[in-house]
Every structure is written in C-alpha cells, then in structure tokens.
Design a binder for this molecule. Structure first.
Ligand code: PLP
Length: 386
C-alpha cells in the first residue's frame, strides 16, 4: 500500500497541466513580463501573446476572437453569463436545470433574493433535461435560460441545441456551461446555437485561474467585473498573460488530440465500469446516455463515499466522492437527489473520471483495488455496528 496516489482518476476535478501549456507559459513566467496595455514594445509583445491565445480559444469554439472574453475561470464565466443575462439592474425570469453547477446555482439564488423569479427544471433519473419541460417553464418575461452542456458529477449531456432554439422562440437568451464538455465534445455546434457559453482552462489541461465566456457578436452584455477598460470594457482587470498563453496552448492541444482520446477513453471507461459492476454487489451506475466518454459515476450501498475516497488514496488512486462533506458529516449531493437515487445509495457515491493520459494499466489497478476497498469498508462498518 503506498501513501501517495499514483493513478489519477479525477480529471473532472482538474486535468493536470499538459506539457504544451507548461512550455508555452514558461517565457511569460520569468523575466520582465509587461502589462499588455502598456504602449511600449515590451507591453505590445504581451498584447500579441494575449491576442494569439484569444485566437486559439476562438478556434476551439469556432467563433471570431472578438467573441471570446477571458475570465478567471469557469465560475466567473458562469457568474458573468447569469448576472449579465438578467441585465443591470436584474430583471425578468431565469430558467436553469436542477443539476447546474454551484457556479450557476448560487448566482441564481442571489438573484432570487433580489426579486428575480427562478424556475428549476427537473431532470429524469438519468440526469437528462427534457426540452419540453424547458418550454413549459418559459414565460413572456424569461430573460435567460441556462442549461449545462455536460454535468460534472454524472457526465450526462443535454440537448443544448434543441433547448437553445426553444429559449430563442420566446426571445430569451441561452447560456450553456460547457466547462466539462470542452475536453470531449466539439463545441462549435453548441456555440453556434448559444448566446453565451462558459469554458475553463484547467478542465482541458491548461493552467488554473483562467477561463472564457463566449459572447455572441452583437450581444451587449452588462459586465460583471468593471474597471480598467480591458477586453473592450467587457471584463476589467490586467490580463494574466502567462495563464492566457497556457490556456491557448491547451485549446490547441485539445483540438489536435480530442478525437483519438474519445475513442480510447470510452473503451477504457466502459471496461472499468463493466468489471466493477460484475465484481461488486449493491452497486449502481448513476446517469445514463448520452454522457461524457470519460465519466464513471457509481454508488455503493452500505459504504461511505468519503471513506472510500480516503481509502483509495492510500491504495494509489485519486478519485472523488459524489457527496460533499461539511463538518465531518456526509451529505448527499443535490445532483444525486435530483436524480432520485435511492436513499441507501446516497452516501456511497464515487466518481472515477478518466483523461487523455489514462492508461489500460491505470484502469486495471482500479479494477483490482476498488472492489477490495468497498468490501473492506463494508466489513468495517458491520464491525462497528456489532
Ligand atoms: N462548471 C462546471 C460544470 C464545473 O465542473 C466547474 C468546475 O468544477 C465549474 C463550472 C467551475 O470552473 P472553475 O473551476 O474554472 O471555476
């Protein structure tokens, strides 16, 4: 048993920085890196690097570079879309799904406190949003519909293009959180259908602390971060040159490697899932198809998900529990509850998420170790009860 995780199966939390991004960032981390807004030649070299990176993000999205607004990450991009979509001061009605990331849920709750009416569209037991349920939720004053492209816990994919068209039927704006989708799915059709789309660098093996919001050309979105006039006044603050350059390189690498990675990873994920289902009784798979090719989300009866993650860490596997832990008490995630996962499975969630670097040997190790860990925890739980 080792003390450090060697097999990384937590790509949905963060994909480790790729060599392409690290190499591209290097010159911008050391020496005299200048403010891209400075008029002198050193400043203008930074400006050129930032604009080249914007072009690389735009390539991944299939949009003009001017439609890309850099943010501090996916959370800020989502906040900018939700706050901006309701205008300033906020007005109108907001529609979101019951399984949005907190980066959408929490601004929606804050808007509700300010008097905005918010409708949460439910999902089915496979974590899918029914476009007709979105249609039924719409009102003449609906200002924004925000439905994620891919769920971060169970990986379910939503019919974004259909839902966007339904939102547009009543003149509402449509935003999608594509933070988890970017590594695995061609975003261009989603961008073409949407007014606003969020992505995050560290989910595609770029550096943390940088992301982007696509803003449809011609859409005058109220900025979330004001001051300084950078990015045409759409997001104030001195541009983070190194982070942007790394993000741009990660976008280029995603475009170059994604198709092969999808084919390889989906086979590994399916083998992992089938073998675990075969060797562990009292296990259920959460979420249905279509879903991200890399995500395997499951729950075990009579097993605590947080204890399982801690045990797997000692066994050399970095994974996530699907349940958040506050004050040492395990709470079922709102996503599990929205799916209607049976009570005996709520506390025992485990998410294994694969990435471009995951190997067959990594998956073999998980197939060896996860059943033993689940059985050991169950046995320990029985002893404690006796
Ligand atoms: N949206 C989704 C679906 C996510 O999975 C995450 C990160 O976990 C975010 C938004 C937030 O992105 P960031 O970590 O870049 O703030």
């Amino acid at each position: 048993m080792s003390t450090a995780a060697k097999v990384y199966l937590d790509y949905n939390a963060s994909a480790p920085l790729c060599a392409e991004a690290a190499d591209a960032m290097q010159p911008w981390l050391a020496g005299r890196v200048c403010n891209p807004s400075s008029a002198h030649r050193s400043g203008q070299r930074s400006r050129a690097a930032v604009e080249q990176a914007r072009g690389q993000v735009a390539e991944l999205l299939g949009c003009p570079p001017a439609a890309v607004v850099f943010t501090s990450g996916g959370t800020e991009a989502d906040n900018a879309a939700v706050w901006g979509g309701l205008g300033w001061p906020p007005r109108g009605h907001l529609v979101i799904s019951a399984i949005e990331h907190p980066a959408v849920m929490e601004p929606a709750a804050a808007l509700r406190d300010l008097g905005v009416e918010v409708t949460h569209v439910p999902v089915d037991d496979e974590a899918r949003v029914d476009p007709e349920a979105v249609r039924a939720a719409l009102r003449p004053d609906t200002a924004l519909v925000s439905i994620m492209a891919a769920n971060n816990e169970v990986g379910s994919l939503q019919p974004v293009e259909k839902i966007a068209a339904i939102a547009h039927d009543v003149g509402a704006l449509f935003h999608t959180d594509a933070v988890q989708a970017a590594a695995w799915i061609d975003l261009r059709p989603l961008v073409a259908a949407s007014d606003l789309l969020s992505i995050s660098s560290h989910k595609i093996a770029g550096p943390m602390g940088i992301g982007a919001l696509y803003v449809r050309p011609g859409l005058d979105l109220a900025p979330l971060v004001r001051g300084g006039g950078q990015q045409g006044g759409r997001r104030g603050g001195t541009e983070a040159t190194a982070a942007m350059v790394g993000f741009g390189a990660a976008c280029a690498r995603t475009l170059a490697s994604r198709d092969q990675a999808v084919v390889r990873v989906v086979a590994l994920r399916d083998r992992l899932e089938a073998m675990l289902l075969d060797s562990i009784e009292g296990m259920r798979r959460n979420g249905g198809e279509p879903r991200l090719p890399n995500t395997c989300h499951m729950s075990f009866a009579r097993c605590d998900g947080n204890a399982l993650v801690a045990r797997l860490d000692l066994d050399g596997i970095a994974a996530s529990a699907g349940a958040a832990c506050a004050s040492g008490v395990a709470h079922a995630s709102p996503v599990m509850e929205a799916l209607g996962v049976p009570a005996e499975y709520l506390a025992g969630a485990l998410r294994l998420s694969l990435g471009y670097e995951t190997t067959a040997a990594d998956v073999d190790h998980a197939i060896d170790v996860v059943p033993t860990a689940v059985h050991a925890l169950r046995a320990a739980g029985l002893e404690a009860v006796r």
